[in-house]
Design a protein around this ligand. Structure first.
Ligand code: NAD
Ligand code: DAU
Length: 340
């Protein structure tokens, strides 16, 4: 199969490229990526040496570029990871989120309609369900939970999901959707909680925890997300949505303290800062459907995954040191100065 991975120079897409090359030597993988601030060709350095891999620079919201990709490559499968993915950035400036996440997805779907496709898979998020209250640990998101979004980011992802369902029904595009909880692992851009805290702690910088640090996220090691998507594109039922998560709920403050403990750093580095606007309280996935229908099980427990992740950042300083110099400094001042 020829599989196009959009957004494959980012965190999860990059890990998915490696997952495919390792587990499916029979497939040919194309990464199609605009290389925004979050896309990094260094993430794909080893993949670029593989004869079953090719990189194409392009924007999913540019119709001519997307059609050219379909004409030239004739892909069998599209896995759409390409997105603006950071909630805080969407709160500062929503427009790009609408263009990439909604218009970009619709253009990919138009291309599938025009040129044909065996499978279109949309990588969505548990954030489309909104949040759960902190005092109801018995509640979980299922595939039947109503869409109820909080941020411009989650609203754009939910809109994209609705478009995928509409194209699937109206034009018979063979589509599937996965909605996963928070990922962590190698190549995670250091604007997100876990890599930001690891890198700040290593640099003896303050660790900015929003509000009281009691919000809960349901963490999944990125390789387990990759294995779920791989199963869905091969065995998942067209038209279906699959929730992906491994029951690893943690408060943010617990995650931050765990990182400090692994690194042997002092909790004095923690600094409570102004909360995120509209901050979702708790995410928690019920993965029963993908477990029972497709036999998916996550392999990595949080305690092991977080140690592996810290270790990766210790061993790959050159990857993140380049990122945090330059433009990232301006981002950091803009996002955190007003919170103190
Ligand atoms: P990321 O920000 O690390 O990477 C996004 C990638 O998309 C980058 O390589 C970027 O260059 C590329 N991109 C952005 N705009 C593009 C455009 N217009 N055309 C082509 N490429 C473009 O994101 P991530 O954390 O790897 O998330 C990937 C996907 O998974 C997103 O769709 C996100 O909504 C979803 N998701 C993420 C998580 C998580 O915890 N990170 C959890 C569930 C779902
Ligand atoms: O649930 C899936 C989603 O997880 C994905 O769809 C998003 O693309 C991904 O970015 C992630 O969203 P979150 O908003 O949950 O992730 P983030 O790493 O930004 O924040 C995790 C929690 O940590 C959240 O409660 C906010 C908090 N936080 C975050 C940062 C960056 C802090 O307390 N301090 C920080 O500096």
């Amino acid at each position: 199969m020829k599989i196009v991975v959009t957004g494959g120079a980012g965190f999860i897409g990059g890990n998915f490229v490696y997952y495919l090359l390792k587990n499916h030597a029979e497939d040919f993988v194309i990464c199609y990526d605009k290389l925004t601030y979050a896309g990094n060709l260094e993430t794909l350095e080893d993949a670029l040496k593989n004869k079953n891999f090719k990189f194409v620079k392009g924007d999913i919201s540019n119709r001519a570029e997307v059609y050219k990709l379909f004409e030239e490559e004739k892909p069998d499968v599209i896995v759409n990871f390409a997105a603006e993915s950071h909630v805080d950035r969407s709160i500062e400036d929503p427009e790009l989120f609408l263009r990439t996440n909604i218009i970009g997805t619709s253009i990919l779907l138009d291309a599938c309609k025009k040129f044909g496709i065996k499978r279109f898979h949309q990588v969505s998020t548990d954030e489309v369900y909104g949040d759960l209250p902190l005092d109801r640990p018995d509640l979980f998101f299922t595939e039947k939970t109503n869409l109820h979004t909080s941020s411009p980011y989650s609203a754009s992802k939910a809109s994209a999901d609705l478009l995928v369902q509409a194209y699937s029904r109206t034009y018979q595009i063979p589509a599937t959707i996965s909605r996963c909880s928070n990922n962590y692992g190698p190549y995670h851009f250091p604007e997100k909680l876990i890599p930001l805290m690891i890198i700040n702690a290593l640099n003896e910088k303050k660790l900015p925890v929003y509000g009281k640090g009691i919000n809960v996220r349901d963490w999944l090691y990125v390789e387990d997300h990759c294995s779920a998507i791989d199963l869905i594109i091969r065995n998942g039922k067209v038209g279906e949505i699959y929730n992906v998560g491994g029951h690893n709920e943690k408060t943010n403050i617990d995650v931050v303290k765990t990182i400090l403990k692994i690194l042997g750093k002092s909790e004095d580095l923690i600094e409570f800062v102004t909360d995120r606007k509209g901050h979702d309280q708790r995410y928690a996935i019920d993965p029963t459907k993908i477990e029972t229908e497709l036999g998916w099980t996550p392999k990595t427990k949080f305690d092991d995954g977080i140690k592996k992740t810290v270790d990766w950042y210790l061993k790959n300083k050159s990857w993140w040191e380049k990122i945090i110099s330059g433009e990232y400094q301006n981002y950091y001042s803009k996002m955190y100065e007003h919170r103190l």
